[in-house]
Design a binder for this molecule. Structure first.
Ligand code: CU
Length: 170
């Protein structure tokens, strides 16, 4: 039974969960269904580049299904994205120089943000999203730790099998 925010630490079934902070990795071409809940107030999960958003409502579960089709690396090679980020970096670094900070180069990343003004920490509610090949995903996930501290093992092809099963069900 779920008893609170850290309930997973009391649940032996959570031992092989992989809990990561700050970014989400998705395999290109795989279908994902996200389920949303809220433990406090109304939030809104927004993937602006995927044109997908959904309210996260206390007391109920909402969801949407997406299939990312372009990797982060390929997006960074897109002419429009290159031009757009050239402009962003020009404006960004003009400001950096004006306030005496070191210049930096910002690159395109997919992002997940909260799209409801939900409270004082609203502007912290954003996360980098990396869309990558399954081989790249395997490298990344296997560099993470399981909830119980153990090593993570990922089998290439497991995601394709899951997707096939889902399409058959539909
Ligand atoms: Cu918010």
């Amino acid at each position: 039974m779920e008893t609170g925010r850290n309930a997973a630490s009391d649940d032996a079934m959570a031992a092989d969960d992989v809990v990561v902070k700050g970014e989400m990795h998705l395999i290109v071409g795989k279908t994902y269904t996200f389920y949303f809940r809220s433990q406090d107030v109304l939030h809104c999960a927004w993937f602006p580049h995927f044109r997908a958003q959904m309210n996260c409502v206390p007391g109920m579960t909402t969801s949407f299904t997406i299939k990312p089709t372009i990797t982060t690396k390929d997006m960074r090679l897109d002419e429009f994205v290159i031009d757009h980020y050239k402009n962003i970096n020009t404006i960004h670094n003009e400001r950096k120089r004006r306030i005496g900070e070191e210049e930096e180069v910002v690159e395109f990343d997919y992002v997940l943000m909260c799209n409801k003004i939900c409270g004082a920490s609203h502007s912290n509610m954003q996360m980098k999203v990396v869309v990558e090949t399954e081989a790249e995903y395997k490298n990344w996930i296997e560099s993470q730790k399981r909830f119980d501290g153990g090593a993570v093992s990922y089998t290439i092809g497991a995601a394709a099998t899951e997707e096939l099963a889902q399409e058959i069900e539909d």
